[in-house]
Design a protein around this ligand. Structure first.
Ligand code: GUN
Ligand code: FE
Length: 426
């Protein structure tokens, strides 16, 4: 099998947050797992690609795979239900009762198969995924993702306080199960890695968080959690940790907030209200997963995404299913723009709204940076790409930019014809 390939089509990718490269009838040159370059014409191609067959995707869009930085796999079963509630009652009414079912590995297998199949059929190539507190079911989820060809960080969730009896762990048990899960999964997979997942501060004791911080440091494991999503939640964290000046400090004091260990914090809707929290996000290089649909569905609020971008904070997009109702990151891009307009209208009229190049950059290169050299078509980046047949919504005279804009607002439904993740067609 030849390692080199050439894909011809209508190519779009981000260089940075302002610059969206658009090449009609361009050539994407690949070598094994990596991107070599993009050429406008055959004449521009390097000599060692002269004899390589061109795979023709003319009239179709070729873009980097999309990144979902925050999604709850077990919640896919109740997506689009309970969308008239606020976060904390919704967790008690929907999320917790459903997550308890994953104690049963047969239930987990069936449900996770549907989730992974749908994620595979979407335009998403990589994701940061929450499981449940159950080690065995989380390993089933990891097996399924590995088989699918997708690339992901997956977390066994930790919860040892303020949770219902049917979904809580003893502190010791939580730590032991986490260690065992890491041992069993850290080197088992090529495309799936474990990620420490304290659910959020209210559901984890100081003792547990301290231990998780230690494990993260010793085993060099990344971390994912929720931060400053909802006003009631923030007040609760303040009550639980009066020693802190902001929510982020309640993770940071236990070594669960960026620096050497890459960390994703979902939401950060109210982070800009605290100078200290903004400073920690920025200086300790924490990735924010902005989940605009979830923030509307759960009455959480309007996140200051444009501010994060201006501050140089890495802010990607997340579906947050089932706070969000669907896996589409194109939909998340459209929702991010909508939310930025509401932010301007109702929070800060001086703020600018998000642009198409910005949300595309967040969904590809900026979110992708969590996974390494991922999310664009520059030399040396991983070959993650999606080919989209947009012929049903394309019409004569539309520019590549306009075609992309329309796909963002429609979502990828039925348009994904091929998908590559780290050089492998899946
Ligand atoms: N905070 C703690 N748990 C959750 C969850 O499952 N979903 C969301 N959106 N926020 C949370
Ligand atoms: Fe979430």
């Amino acid at each position: 099998m030849n390692k080199k390939r050439i894909l011809k089509g209508d190519i779009l990718f981000s260089k940075n947050k302002e610059e969206l490269v658009q090449i009609k009838d361009g050539y994407l040159l690949v070598d094994g797992e990596s991107i070599v370059t993009v050429c406008k014409t055959k004449e521009e191609m390097p000599k060692d690609f002269e004899d390589i067959l061109v795979e023709d995707y003319s009239e179709q869009l070729i873009i980097p795979g999309l990144i979902d930085l925050h999604v709850h796999a077990p919640q896919y079963t109740f997506r689009a239900l309970g969308m008239d509630m606020e976060l904390l009652p919704w967790l008690n009414r929907y999320a917790f009762p459903e997550e308890k079912n994953y104690k049963d590995t047969e239930y987990a297998k069936k449900s996770y198969q549907v989730f992974v199949e749908d994620l595979k059929n979407s335009a998403t190539t990589r994701a940061g995924i929450f499981g449940t507190i159950h080690r065995e079911s989380t390993e089933i989820l990891m097996d399924l993702i590995e088989k699918s060809g997708l690339y992901a960080y997956v977390g066994k969730v930790n919860m040892d306080r303020n949770s219902p009896d049917y979904l809580i762990e003893e502190t010791k048990e939580s730590i032991e199960e986490t260690k065992r899960w890491i041992q069993e999964s850290k080197e088992k997979y090529k495309r799936v890695l474990p990620m420490l997942t304290p659910r959020f501060v209210p559901s984890c004791t100081a003792e547990l968080m301290k231990e998780l911080g230690q494990i993260s440091k010793e085993q060099k494991l990344p971390v994912q959690s929720h931060l400053s999503e909802n006003k009631g939640e923030i007040a609760w964290v303040k009550e639980l940790h009066p020693e802190t000046s902001c929510y982020a400090e309640a993770y940071d004091e236990f070594g669960l907030f960026g620096n050497e260990q890459n960390t994703i914090m979902a939401h950060c809707v109210y982070s800009a209200l605290s100078e200290r929290e903004m400073e920690l996000l920025k200086q300790q290089k924490v990735w924010i997963a902005h989940c605009p649909e979830s923030n509307m569905n759960l009455t959480s609020g309007l996140a200051p995404v444009k501010k994060f971008l201006k501050e140089g904070i890495c802010v990607g997009l997340g579906s947050d299913v089932a706070g969000g109702t669907k896996l589409s990151i194109f939909s998340a891009m459209a929702d991010a723009i909508r939310v930025s307009k509401l932010y301007k209208l109702y929070v800060d009229e001086e703020e600018d709204i998000l642009t198409i190049p910005e949300v595309f950059y967040m969904a590809t290169l900026l979110g992708g940076s969590f996974f390494g050299k991922v999310g664009t078509f520059e030399n040396g980046y991983d070959f993650d790409a999606v080919i989209l047949d947009d012929s049903k919504i394309n019409q004569k005279g539309l520019t590549l930019f306009e075609r992309l804009e329309r796909v963002i607002y429609y979502g990828e439904q039925g348009m994904v014809v091929k998908k590559f993740v780290k050089g492998v067609e899946i």
